[in-house]
Design a binder for this molecule. Structure first.
Ligand code: SF4
Length: 281
């Protein structure tokens, strides 16, 4: 007897966000125009996208020293100003693919500094976006979770900005602690609109479906966070980077499958996963 068809519920707006789409378009256009361009680190955190760009003439370099006379692309999630300065000093032609929403975070943190506030960045320590934000001001404190906030002393005046892909849960938990320690606290919620929508939809599909598939690279902080959001509401969740990692057993007694994907997961990878699940069903 055939098993009933599995219902597939795809999270609205999942996959490439506007900022990543824009960065990839800029990279491809630049490679087309200049033949070959250097990309400082991965422009997005997705191995498939990076190898597609490589084959089109966009080559990853790990440090400014490795770039000779090619135009250089700045990635979607921003670059620390000292790195940008180094590139300028070398006289390299810079193509800026930084997402406009990340630039808004740079302006927000500078605004907090102008107000003489201690600048607090909620984000992952060591992440390029967070380094890019902290580089915009003289000093800042980076808090990855409530445990970091607990260690802070009492303060008179501080301000908060947030890495674009952080979750509201983490922001709320940290702010709750800061409110007990800071007299005058200003919060600029810089979680970007596509990340907010992704998290909201991840929560919805987690509640409404039997099994959830999160598609994206394990090196993408944003994909891992979506996985955590889903896991909170539905323990039957799997993170896959492509359809090859899907296992038929996951869908044996399942009526509905929810699907979401990180901001740097291409549409064709999402399409392949849906296709394969339909085949199983
Ligand atoms: S996740 Fe948000 S901030 Fe980051 S590139 Fe996409 S739109 Fe821009």
């Amino acid at each position: 007897m055939n098993s009933p068809r599995i219902k597939i519920d795809v999270a609205k707006g999942c996959g490439f966000c506007g900022g990543v789409r824009r960065a990839v378009d800029i990279a491809l256009k630049a490679a087309d125009e200049y033949g070959s361009v250097a990309m400082l680190g991965d422009i997005v955190h997705n191995e498939d996208v990076v190898s597609m760009l490589e084959s089109n003439g966009v080559h990853v370099v790990n440090s400014p020293e490795d770039i000779t006379n090619k135009p250089v692309l700045l990635r979607a999630h921003g670059t620390p100003p000292e790195t940008e300065n180094l590139l300028r000093e070398k006289g390299l032609f810079i193509i800026d693919a930084t997402c406009p929403l990340v630039k808004e975070i740079h302006s927000a943190v500078r605004e907090l500094e102008k107000e003489n506030r201690t600048c607090i960045i909620i984000g992952d320590k060591g992440h390029e976006e967070v380094d890019g934000i902290s580089g915009r001001v003289k000093t800042s404190l980076i808090l990855s979770g409530p445990q970091d906030a607990e260690k802070l002393p009492s303060m008179k005046k501080a301000g908060v900005v947030v890495q674009s892909t952080q979750t509201h849960q983490n922001l709320n938990a940290i702010v709750a602690i800061l409110l007990t320690k800071v007299q005058d606290l200003r919060i600029i919620n810089t979680i970007c609109a596509p990340s907010r929508q992704n998290q909201k939809e991840a929560e919805r599909i987690a509640r409404e479906n039997d099994v959830i598939i999160v598609i994206g690279s394990r090196s993408s902080a944003n994909t891992r966070r979506l996985y955590q959001v889903v896991k909170k509401y539905n323990p039957d969740v799997y993170l896959v980077s492509s359809s090859d990692e899907l296992e038929k057993d996951w869908f044996n007694v399942v009526q509905s499958v929810g699907i979401t994907a990180g901001a740097s997961t291409p549409d064709d990878v999402i399409g392949e996963v849906i296709f394969k699940i339909r085949e199983f069903g």
